[in-house]
Design a protein around this ligand. Sequence first.
Ligand code: SF4
Length: 449
Amino acid sequence: MQSWGRAENRGGGACAHGRERETIVRQRRRRGNWHMHPCAAVAHMSVPCASGIRAAERGLSGGLSGGLSGAGALRRPLPPAGGSRGPDAPEGWAQAYLHLYVRSAEPWPMSRPPLPMSCETAAAECSARSSPAPCPAAGTPFGERRYNAWNDHVKRRYGGRVQKVSVAAGFSCPNRDGVLGTGGCTFCNNAGFTPGYLDRRQPIGEQIDTGLRFLLRRYPGTQRYIAYFQSYSNTYGEFERLRACYQEALAHPRISGLAIGTRPDCLPDAVLDYLAELARESIIELEIGVESCTDEALRRVNRGHDFACSADAIERAAARGLEVTAHLILGLPGESRAGLLDGAHRLSALPLRALKLHQLQLVRGTALARDWERDPGAVPLLGEDEYIALLADFVERLSPDILLQRLGSEVPPALKLAPQWNMRLSELAPRLSAELARRGSWQGCRAGQ
Ligand code: SF4
């Protein structure tokens, strides 16, 4: 607990960041992801210095069940599990409460796990104090990972792994059926991410049974399963047909919810209303293919919508309480590094729950692959070191509230043309953490820059 002394010394006095506090509260509420107990909110408001919180966090991370044994203002008893604290409680107590709240692996009396506290706050307050001492916020609120990992969140929320079971419902997309075009996005070959065991001619229930046979062997410890409507645009079709498909999947006794991948321009309000209704009883993850925040890149890959369309769909879905994951490809033609990093800021301003990041891969049979075969210089591809560095740059600028659900992808070797990396998908996460550690940074540490 060596950090306590510094936390206390650097504290002192009431927090003068009322406006920031109000902004944070408003943002959380608007996003529908306000998970902190009101007392924790008070704690966030009233802590004298967020750097103290960071130090307290390190001091407390080892144990949650006893009383605090730190010094001075932080030498307070822990609130009883399930207890609450009025806004007049001592500041030190508030700090302890917040940290237990954020770090606790114990069940807490709330409907959902809390989000980690913004480290922007910590950094801003540290620099405002311009202390010559090293800033305790130089640690990371996400432990050794240094980013807000989806898997950790899922384990906290559901007590174990939640596995997606892919299903193919036979939908198309407006970029292929002639409504917007017939060629599709230039990077797209749905075979690249459709599991080999899927047979779209089977009823959805049978597809789920087939998938479960495979997944139960591979992930025996899985807690729950959700049906994953992944290929094509799975909200594109007659409303009654959509509803029948979703209901068929939800009727399966092993299925606890749905993950639905789609385009932002295929989300009319009626469909969103229906998904919000389903979300009251089931897990509903809505995945929206944003792909790029740069309109020029979206145009170059023949996406058929712009970034404003994605932002609008995300806002409308979140306004209904839906949890939205955005899908983004790093390295599309027409996207500059500056544009991509600016995209981290633009996405952070949206009520997103999670993000799936992928490196650009050239899949056989796509227009982009053909372009590359004709002229490799026309489609620059990222090397694995370049990708890790870009990923770290991006993650540093991304809001710490956004969960990272994927960091990359792996197209089946028979379908992949390029790039040929030596790095396996499973190495991506540790390599990102190592790169962030090397820089002394973490997700969101440059979110305001
Ligand atoms: S990526 Fe999605 S929207 Fe684009 S062509 Fe493929 S299925 Fe259609």
